[in-house]
Structures are given as C-alpha cells and as structure tokens.
Ligand binder design. Sequence first.
Ligand code: BES
Ligand code: ZN
Length: 611
Amino acid sequence: MAPVDPHSYTDGAHPVTAHAALAFYLDFSASAIHASALLTLSAPHSGDLLLDTRALAVHSAATATAPADPIPFALAADADPVLGSALTLTLPPDTTSFLLTFSTSPAASALQWLSPPQTASGLPFVFSQCQSIHARSVFPCHDTPAARITYSLLLNLPARLSAVAAARHVARRDPVPSDHRGAVPSDLWCAPGRIVEEFHMAQCVPPYLFAFAAGAIGSRDLGPRTRVYAEGGDTLLDDAAREFAGVEDMVKVGESLFGPYDWERFDLLVLPPSFPYGGMENPRMVFLTPTVIKGDAAGAQVVAHELAHSWTGNLITNKTNEDFWLNEGFTTYAERRIVEVVQGEERAALNMGIGWRGLNRMMERFKDNMEFTKLKPKMAGIDPDDVYSEVPYEKGFQFLWRIERQIGRPAFDEFLKKYIATFKFQSIDTETFLEFLKANVPGIENQVDLDVWIEGTGIPPDAMEPDSATYRKICTLAAEFKSGKIPSEDEVADWSGQEWELYLENLSKDVESSQVIALDERYKLSESRDYEVKVAFLQLAIPTGCRCYFNEVEKCLKQVGRMKYLRPLYSSLAKCSEEEKMLAKRIFSEAHEFYHPIARSVVESILSKHG
Ligand code: BES
Ligand code: ZN
C-alpha cells in the first residue's frame, strides 16, 4: 500500500479513475440517489483496487465488457470517522473499466435535501458540496485531489424541476432505457413525468469539484458567458442579476492578470440560505450563499475570490489537503488583485486588513495546537472540516505578498503567469511549488526564509500588517472605544459592511456590556441585514453576558446556515455560562434539520467539545 493522501484510501501503486460516467436517479421522497457509475481507469489493472466511499450502499460491481459477470467486492464494515469506508474490488486481469450500482444515504455528507416547506418555491431542492472529502458520499471514487477525472452526468428528476452542474450542459431530454446502466429498473427511469438533464465535464478536475443542484431553478443572463441561477423566484433573480452585473468585466480583469479563462462559461448559482459556505468555486458554476446579495456590491469580493479559483485551485490544484494553502493562499492573493482593479486600492487594503485580523485571531484559536498555524500542517487522522481556518488563506496570502515585495510586482506577475501556464490541469504539492519558485526566482531562498514560512508555526516576523488611510482610521477608532468613545455619525457616514466588520473585529474583547449596548443603540448593528456585521457584533456581545441579544442570535442561527456565522456564534455561546450553553443546545435542536450535513456535524463537534 502506497498512500498518496492522508484523506483517501487511494493506493499510489495502482491506477486511478480517469473518467466517470454517472447516471443518478434523484429520489426526493427518500432523500437518496440510486445510481450507476461506469469508472474507467488510467491504466489496466488486475486484482485489488481501493475506492473511497462514505455511507453508500453498494449493490453490484461488474466489468464493463461482461456485465453479467460480477466482480467480487467488499465494503469495510466499520467506517473510519474521517475517511469513511474503503471499497475493495477484486478486478479480473487487465480491467480498464467497471460498472458499479449503489445508493446514497439520506445522511450523505455532501448532499442537502430540502423538503418543499424548506424552499422558496415550495418544490423540493437538492445540492451537493463535495470539498473537502465529501464526493465519496455521492459516488465511489478516488477521492483525492491528486487524482483528476473527467465525467459525464445524467440526472433523472421530476420534469417540473431542472438541474445545473459544474459541467457543460448537453441536453434536457426524455429518459431512455440505455441511460441508466442498472441504476434503477427501466420503468422507473423512464416513468412518465421524469426528465433527464445531461452534462459533460471534458476538463480533468479533482473529485471535490464535482457538483450539481436540482430544483425549481430560474436564471438571468448577465453577459456572453455569464448567467445567474437561483431557486427563489423572480425578485431574488432580479436582485442577483443587479448584484452580479459586473461579473463579465471581472472575468476580463482575471484574464488580464492571470492568463486566459479556460472554463468557457462562468455561471453563478445562488443557493438557499442553508448553503454552508460563502462561495464554492465549482468550475463553470460557482455556488454562492444568498447572504452575499446585499445591494451594496460587497458580494463582489466573494465572487472575485471564487473567480480567482478558476486559475488557482481549479487549474492548479493542491495535491492533498496538507497543501490547501496552494489553493486558498494563492486565491486570496489573486482575489485581492482583482478587487484592487475593480474596486480600488483602498478596498483591497481593507480586505487585507480584515484578513490580517483573522490571521491573528487564529493564533489565539490554535494556541494549544500550533500545528494548524503552519502553512503545511500534518493532517493524518484530522477531519479538514474541523480545522478549517483563515490560516491557509491569510498566511498563504502573506507569504506570496512577501515574495512580491521582495522581487517587485512586475517580476511577481510574470512569475505567477508562468506558474499557472506550467502547472495547469495538474495537482501539485508545496515542494513542487518551492522548486519552481527557486528555479524561476534565483536566490529567493537567501532573501526570504522559506522554511520559516512553510514549516514554522505562528506568524513569521516578515509578515506585514497592511496599511491604508481607511484601515488606519478604523483601527484608531476601534482603539478609542476602550476609553468609551463611540464613533460619530460623521465618522461612519461612508462606512459599508466591511468597514463595520473591521471596526468590530478590532474592538478589544474585554468591553463592558453597557458599552456594547450603547454602540448598538446608536447604530442598530444587532439588527443589521448584513450578516457579516450582525455576526461580528453578536460575537462581541455574547461574552459580555448581555442577554438582550439572545433573540437576535437565535434568529440569525435559524435563518442562515453559513458556517462562517455558525462557528463563532455557537462557540461563543458554548464557552459562556450554563444559560448560554442551554440556549445553544436548544437552538441547535430546533435548527439542525435546516443545516447542511457538513454544518450539522461541525456544530455538533463544537457543542460536544464544550460539554
Ligand atoms: N473553497 C472554498 C470553500 C471551502 C473550503 C469549502 C474548504 C470546503 C472546504 C471557497 O473558495 C472559499 O474560500 N469561500 C469563502 C469565500 C471568502 C474567502 C471570500 C467562504 O465561503 O467564506
Ligand atoms: Zn477559496
């Protein structure tokens, strides 16, 4: 056994899946997919082959050439809590492709099934979120970003619904018996009132970028290669179209900075409020939380980030989760370069300031576990969802910014373009990046302490706090709050959500509840429609023991399932007195069905950690 990835059973001595032909029958009444997968290997193989699965029921395995000849298979009985269950197939000599049939569990970690009362349209909805290691709960695969696949996807669904995927849409058509390859009986597959949506992904992608959604989805065109989709009706679509009107221009900015946009289309899908992230860079079809639609163009930052992944993350991918900074650090850097062009230097500096605060906060969070302050942490036995943090984003950003300062922007830009052109459609590790850096920037290892940056814990001494007039002004105002000063109306007149976020996150944590209440009376932050502001405020208020905000905390936790908000709010409550703990438990027991399974398990682990 030659492990390639601490988060996968994939054996490096064996070939991996190169192509997956997937046929999914979406069973909304059972919250399950009944499926077949025809998997083609990168080379012929004989004997044992290991695949990743989680909570899948595997029904059959056979070679593609002799469908009647079953392949022996075994699904490990006791699932590993992080990895899931290895599926071992014993392949006949020189097998290149084989067919599996299986069903997903209603508890599949990647999938959220929303029942009609939980959606805006009153029709059912389902969507996937596979990063980091949840693709294996949808289909058996080599679920490591080291193994890239192309795939075709047939989604069989009720004809009153439609579907999108992170792949080229081929057709919406009637089902035919030759589609399903045994996923379900033909009469079910071809039943009246069912439709097939057909997709094809011809570019190789890591399995975590596999994505689809199905429901009452409408759309609005934004530009020649951009469109926004959403479930939720005309008003939401109109708001979304207004919010994202500038997306085509942003793609052009990305191309000018990083080279051609290689994915043909850049569409957006606005998900229901339970979407667990701000955005997910699924290729051709970025998934977004509806909370970014605020009418103040702040959503542009999240879109810039997910767009930037089209180059950093999707073209060049981290080989394992230990190299996650290659995805998120580069993308945070690239995002800020796009923001700088589209929204100006001040805005970019403000984003950097918010990031800097976040990075410093993480040093506190991980003070007893400094491994996770490293750019390349050891991840064996660790669930990536449990240690998700700003470190790979902001320390990664700081590292690249440090190199930029050393060699100057023109040289760094040239380096970046060459890096992308050299490794596109590959999955690489940190060592490969470092070799490329040293080869293309001779002497860099004598100017920047690469070991300290990559292997060291904490924030390296040559990291830099960003600076700009707005950033400095906000930090000063935040420092004055300690002596009782609340900013005047004039001082905050032109503040948007991000200025407030930075201000609130810079306030000292040992403030009095009376001060917090006074601030809120003046600016109504606890009721802000901007969740970044609202959550930053509530996070400040909870530890002061101010019970008057319980109501707003509860509303917030029940309305939005984005983990960026759930994590700090549940953690603050869980760290407080018994009353807050009880509140957290009650809210979770009432809200958990609304959360995505990934969010559900993250909150569960927060609550159990604090007893
Ligand atoms: N790829 C991430 C989201 C992610 C990371 C999902 C790890 C699962 C595991 C995405 O690109 C991201 O970073 N989203 C941020 C956006 C922000 C940095 C602008 C988010 O969701 O908050
Ligand atoms: Zn990202």
